[in-house]
Design a protein around this ligand. Structure first.
Ligand SMILES: NC(=O)c1ccc[n+]([C@@H]2O[C@H](COP(=O)([O-])OP(=O)(O)OC[C@H]3O[C@@H](n4cnc5c(N)ncnc54)[C@H](OP(=O)(O)O)[C@@H]3O)[C@@H](O)[C@H]2O)c1
Length: 418
């Protein structure tokens, strides 16, 4: 890539999540020497006050350039994309506001990372920009937050460990979102509601959302729809319930396998659910949770109740408090089942991905910030295209996330039932 004036631009720096990403970047990298970066947004005054707040963490923040850019002004997006190696954006809902940013980055060979969890947006970006981004070398990486980094790289990690320790691939991986504490921001609710609205209006969107292979156009595999009801998992020895984010994570994992050239096989199976506390009470919690999710979706699907939810829930710029974020945590488990050899039972591994902050904002702001720095600074094998975290950054990103306190581990799986 030709030299650029800036390593990265953080677009959406005035939003709830954008400010947290900015705090992470300034605390870890300062301004200028290690990382040349800038704040971008549509409102200069708001950007200035974010910069002032950052100066209380590091006085060098006063030197952060402020770039004005509006998603409704394509020339301003081109200008941002031309100046930086990477654009890191928290301007969502991405299906509403994100398309021009991806287009500008693909055009100018600028790498890109975001926090979308909207499969129909990513599918459109693949169709419109994958080829152009391959040609210009732009690495466009969606889903760099809690959806889908712990899951996408969690599968990648357990697959690599299986290969190293047992010399085989995992024919199947099951992802389990386990213990977690956190809350949603206004931007996340806005994104969920917008997705509901678009799905209600458009049959094409509904089709993409229901397709387990929506992010690997033209390629299929053995997986069916995501888990709907309560089930018992014998490998983990726990009850499980449906997991909302499986609708994006499973698609991202399948795209990683495809982009990496199918190292896990064309018959590789991946599924995801929420694991419940151990023991029989897990069945009760799973039942209550499944009913709760179904109720929320039911209310969000109808426009009068959706309007009511919009009023009751946090609005733009709002989200969980510092105390809530610091009290938060999450733990994701990956059960990897290796290819059987001869009569021996297949090897089994248990991957663990965890953080000591709330998943959606504390941990997400580190995951997105580190993804942006990884894209800007690390020597990556991946060429351009609309990529995934595992297929573009892989172990380089896992190392960076370990260095900022996340747990990434794999151990043998002892199961009572095998
Ligand atoms: N997947 C994950 O793990 C994860 C986690 C957290 C958040 N998210 C996603 O991240 C997104 C942001 O969430 P949030 O809670 O941070 O939202 P937010 O507080 O509402 O922030 C939205 C940002 O977008 C900016 N913006 C809106 N319209 C714009 C325009 N026309 N031009 C330029 N900038 C514009 C806003 O600028 P102003 O300040 O000027 O209004 C603000 O900086 C959402 O899509 C959410 O779903 C995903």
């Amino acid at each position: 890539m030709a030299p650029r004036e800036l390593d990265l631009v953080l677009f959406g720096a005035t939003g709830f999540t954008g400010q947290l990403v900015a705090e992470h970047l300034i605390s870890r990298y300062g301004v200028g020497r290690e990382l040349r970066w800038a704040l971008a947004g549509r409102n200069r005054e708001k950007l200035s006050s974010v910069r002032e707040a950052l100066a209380s963490i590091d006085a060098g923040a006063k030197d952060l350039p402020l770039l004005l850019a509006d998603v409704n002004d394509r020339a301003s997006l081109d200008e941002v994309a031309r100046r930086a190696r990477v654009v890191c954006t928290t301007v969502g809902p991405y299906a509403l506001y994100g398309k021009g940013v991806v287009a500008a980055c693909a055009e100018h060979g600028t790498s890109y990372c975001d926090l979308t969890g909207e499969p129909h947006f990513i599918r459109e970006m693949i169709e419109l920009h994958h080829e152009r981004a391959r040609a210009t070398g732009a690495r466009i990486v969606c889903c760099c937050g809690v959806d889908s980094i712990p899951f996408d790289l969690g599968v990648f990690q357990v697959q690599n460990a299986m290969r190293e320790r047992h010399g085989v691939r995992c024919v199947e991986v099951k992802g389990f979102a386990g213990e977690m504490s956190g809350a949603f921001s206004g931007g996340t609710y806005a994104t969920m509601f917008n997705m509901m609205e678009e799905a209600t209006r458009s049959k094409a969107v509904r089709k993409v959302l229901g397709d387990p292979y929506s992010l690997t156009p033209g390629e299929r595999g053995p997986d069916g729809s995501d888990q709907r009801g309560v089930r018992f998992d014998h490998d983990l020895d726990r009850w499980t319930a449906p997991f909302i984010m499986s609708a994006i994570n499973t698609r991202v994992v399948r795209r990683s396998n495809a982009l990496l050239g199918y190292p896990w096989g064309r018959d590789f199976r991946y599924s995801e659910s929420m694991s419940m506390p151990a023991g029989p009470k897990g069945a009760v919690v799973a039942g209550v949770l499944s009913a709760g999710i179904a109720t929320f979706y039911g209310l969000a699907a109808l426009s009068p109740t959706r309007a009511l939810l919009r009023k009751l829930l946090p609005g733009p710029g709002q989200g969980p408090s510092k105390e809530q974020r610091e009290r938060g945590y999450f733990k994701v488990r990956m059960v990897g089942i290796g290819e059987a050899r001869g009569d021996a039972p297949p090897p089994r591994l248990l991957g663990l991905v965890a953080a000591k902050e709330d998943p959606g904002y504390g941990a997400t702001s580190r995951m997105l910030g580190e993804s942006a720095v990884c894209l800007a600074k690390d020597a990556l094998d991946a060429k351009g295209g609309v990529l995934t975290p595992a297929s573009s950054m892989g172990n380089k990103l896992i190392d960076r996330l370990r260095a900022v306190g996340m747990t990434w581990d794999v151990e043998p799986l002892e199961t009572p039932h095998h």
